[in-house]
Design a protein around this ligand. Structure first.
Ligand code: FES
Length: 75
């Protein structure tokens, strides 16, 4: 019996971006909030998902993203 992967979680409702999209962007080399937002489309409308983007990046790369990046991505 095949193992079912965990379902993707949509965290950016404005652009329908999932946690998997962030993982893919990080795997492709994105390391900052701005880079991930550019790659996925997250954080470009209301901006309420930007902290979720930051958290997901930290989970995937295990390094801290400077807080200053949040303002750049949301603007
Ligand atoms: S929820 Fe991501 S930009 Fe609005």
């Amino acid at each position: 019996m095949p193992i079912c992967p965990e379902p993707a979680v949509i965290f950016c409702h404005c652009a329908a971006v999932s946690d998997r999209a962030v993982a893919t962007a990080v795997e492709a080399g994105a390391r900052t909030v701005a880079q991930v937002c550019r790659a996925t489309g997250a954080g470009r409308d209301c901006g309420s998902c930007v902290f979720s983007v930051k958290k997901l990046i930290c989970e995937h790369v295990a390094t801290e993203v400077p807080s200053m990046e949040v303002g750049v991505a949301a603007g």
